[in-house]
Design a protein around this ligand. Structure first.
Ligand code: NAD
Length: 438
């Protein structure tokens, strides 16, 4: 199969590289020339473990190329994937489809023979039909079908998720499009990963329903964590006890500073808007959005308490700013709520993050970037763990405590415990939904 992949972000690049590894000929397109230049030099513009090696292997095999020339990539392609961004539209919470529709129009003008236009971006119900109309209008002679193929990969584990998915969702309207999609995913069919072939609307809805459900699960345990703090229970014990129930499962039951990232915040918001548009309010999802915002703000109150009710003049070391470990993605990260509150309150903030600096420098003005946690805590008044990178999971707490002016820790990912902290010489320790040391 010949595949054109439009957009080389987290989803487009990973999908393009993995499809080429399946044996297909893939041309990845991006309108950002700087990205394409980097890719042509063999450099990966994002941080995603394992992506560089897999990319190099397939470029060398001659199956993977990069271009800014969309028309050349689409010419002769069996399938053209749209993997561009669908951020939240300013003002109303809807998914902004500008990039998707612009790509659809460009593709329409470049189609030379039959092709399936596959929407991989996360798009609200009805968008695939709009893409079809847009293409037909821009090029009335175009011979094409549309297919909805939402992506479920997680940043930080993207290659494994793509190569060994829990399922692949394919929404189609014609048998011909279904056959092309089956051919593209044949290596996964052969290895018996479930492929769900359905209609366009159901495919679009599956993606939002899945993300909203996961966001709800996280928010649920975060609310339980707040109650645990009041009644003296330990949310880690509660999660374990709940998660062992096969009907519940142990994933996405970790209390923390609220969900963030490039998907959950925008997708919950877009689903809530779709519900409003169709007079089918998504009450649970709307509450989840509100509750998650409150959770993020509650983290600021925790740190404030730890700092003696003022940030002014305090030095705070923050470990981790990306929305989760193993990615450089800062989109909607809890750090974007917490760190500006510290800086705004007059704290001197030192930040350590293994991959976050490139994105974070522009997003977190007024902080000092430090390479090493032990340097970051020198004479600091408080230490905050915001992202549970492996580097922060086995810190020498005694060494940290010794270096701090006042050894106090807000462990917002529940990596350590009050007992660990006390033993290491911390005078105060706060976690999320767990006993603290005050
Ligand atoms: P991204 O912002 O990282 O990348 C999008 C890329 O598309 C950019 O490089 C941009 O320059 C390019 N682009 C935009 N318009 C273009 C055009 N007309 N022609 C060529 N290139 C164009 O986005 P992402 O994180 O990869 O997400 C893409 C989609 O996948 C979104 O809808 C998102 O919701 C969905 N998704 C993301 C993830 C994730 O973990 N990031 C997971 C599942 C689904």
């Amino acid at each position: 199969m010949r595949i054109a992949m439009i957009g080389t972000g987290y989803v487009g690049l990973v999908s393009g590289v993995c499809f080429s590894d399946f044996g297909h000929d893939v041309i990845c397109v991006d309108k950002n020339p700087a990205k394409i230049e980097m890719l042509e030099r063999g450099e990966v513009p994002i941080y995603e473990p394992g992506l560089d090696t897999l990319m190099e292997k397939n470029v060398e095999a001659g199956r993977l190329t990069f271009t800014t020339d969309l028309a050349a990539a689409v010419d002769g392609a069996d399938a053209v994937f749209i993997a561009v961004g669908t951020p939240t539209r300013r003002g109303d919470g809807h998914a902004d489809l500008t990039f998707v529709m612009a790509a659809a129009e460009e593709i329409a003008k470049s189609l030379t023979g039959y092709a399936v236009i596959v929407v991989k971006s996360t798009v609200p119900v009805g968008t695939n039909r709009k893409v079809k109309q847009t293409v037909a209008k821009a090029n009335p002679n175009a011979d094409f079908d549309v297919a909805s193929n939402p992506e479920f990969l997680r940043e930080g584990a993207a290659i494994d998720d793509f190569m060994k998915p829990d399922r692949v969702i394919v929404g189609v309207q014609t048998e011909r499009a279904g056959e092309v999609m089956a051919e593209i995913y044949r290596p996964l069919y052969l290895r018996e990963f479930p492929i769900v072939t359905t209609d366009l609307e159901s495919a679009e809805m599956i993606k939002y329903a899945a993300n909203a459900f996961l966001a709800t699960k996280i928010t649920f345990i975060n609310e339980i964590a707040r109650l645990c703090e009041k009644v003296g229970a330990d949310v880690k014990e509660v999660s374990r006890g709940m998660g062992l129930d096969g009907r519940i499962g142990n994933k996405f039951l970790h209390a923390g500073p609220g969900y963030g990232g490039s998907c959950f915040p925008k997708d919950t918001m877009a689903l809530a808007r779709t519900g409003q548009d169709f007079s089918a309010p998504m009450d649970i999802v709307e509450t989840v959005i509100k509750s998650n915002d409150e959770i993020k703000r509650r983290m600021i109150d925790k740190i404030l308490e730890l700092c003696g009710d003022t940030f002014n003049g305090k030095t705070v070391a923050v470990l981790g700013v990306t929305f989760k470990p193993n990615t450089d993605d800062m989109r909607d990260a809890p750090a974007l709520t917490v760190v500006p509150a510290l800086v705004g309150g007059g704290a001197k903030v030192r930040v350590v993050d293994p991959q976050g600096r490139r994105e974070g420098e522009a997003l977190l003005p007024g902080v000092q970037w430090v390479e090493d946690p032990y340097k970051a805590v020198q004479n600091a008044d408080a230490l905050v763990i915001l992202t549970e990178w492996n580097e922060f999971r086995a810190l020498d707490l005694k060494r940290l405590a010794r270096r701090m002016a006042t050894p106090r820790m807000a462990d917002l990912r529940n990596v350590y415990s009050a007992k660990d902290a006390k033993h290491a010489g911390f005078e105060a320790y706060m976690a999320v939904g767990r006993p603290s040391l005050e």
